[in-house]
Design a protein around this ligand. Structure first.
Ligand code: GLN
Length: 192
């Protein structure tokens, strides 16, 4: 039985909760997804959704969840999507957002520019037999990854999905599609 927490300050929280429960069901695993508004509790894994990275960062610090996550930095599996990806990075290019820095990588906020703020496309992901749909909403790009990080998906513009041990970062929104393979992939990183 695993408990997956979803930081619930803003963003597509409900969609992540539903996607986790569907992915658990597909995998035939026991578990549940819970929204987190104050503390981390004793979750087995964490999802940090999209939204505004500055806001999520500030609220994480205010509630104390920031400290709790850092205290479990080594063993806690974390998936960050879009703003969540920014919060996982050690470096934000040309910006001052305080990040958790759990993955050795540099990200650039709003990297697709004004002309292409939101769009959808199919993405080849390493290890997946078929492409996954990616929804990009004022998305960042991953500009550099450390030696421990594995790039799982990239586009002409840059890297869009990376993994570093038990941390997974994607600049797009898998929770806004019906496809739960990315959530399944993340749950496979979480031990019972
Ligand atoms: N543009 C937002 C940021 O920089 C991220 C957008 C999103 O999460 N959809 O924080």
């Amino acid at each position: 039985m695993i408990t997956v927490g979803v930081t619930a300050f803003q963003g597509a929280v409900e969609e992540h909760l539903v996607a986790v429960e569907r992915a658990l069901h597909h995998l035939g695993r026991e578990g549940r997804a819970v929204p987190l508004r104050k503390t981390l509790g004793d979750v087995d894994a964490l999802i940090v959704p999209g939204g505004e990275s500055t806001t999520i960062s500030a609220l994480m610090q205010k509630t104390g969840m920031w400290r709790e996550i850092l205290d479990r930095a080594e063993e806690l599996p974390v998936m960050g999507t879009c703003a969540g990806c920014i919060l996982l990075a050690t470096e934000v290019v040309d910006d001052q957002v305080p990040t958790l820095g759990l993955m050795d990588m540099a990200v650039e906020r709003n990297a697709f520019g004004r002309q292409n703020q939101s769009f959808q496309c199919m993405l080849e992901v390493a290890g997946f037999s078929d492409p996954v749909p990616g929804i990009f909403i004022r998305a960042p790009l991953i500009r550099r990854v450390g030696r421990d990080c594995q790039v799982l998906a990239a586009m002409d513009q840059g890297m869009v999905m990376a993994r570093c041990r038990n941390k997974l970062a994607l600049v797009f929104h898998p929770e806004l599609t019906e496809d739960v393979r990315i959530h399944q992939y993340f749950l496979n990183m979480v031990e019972d």
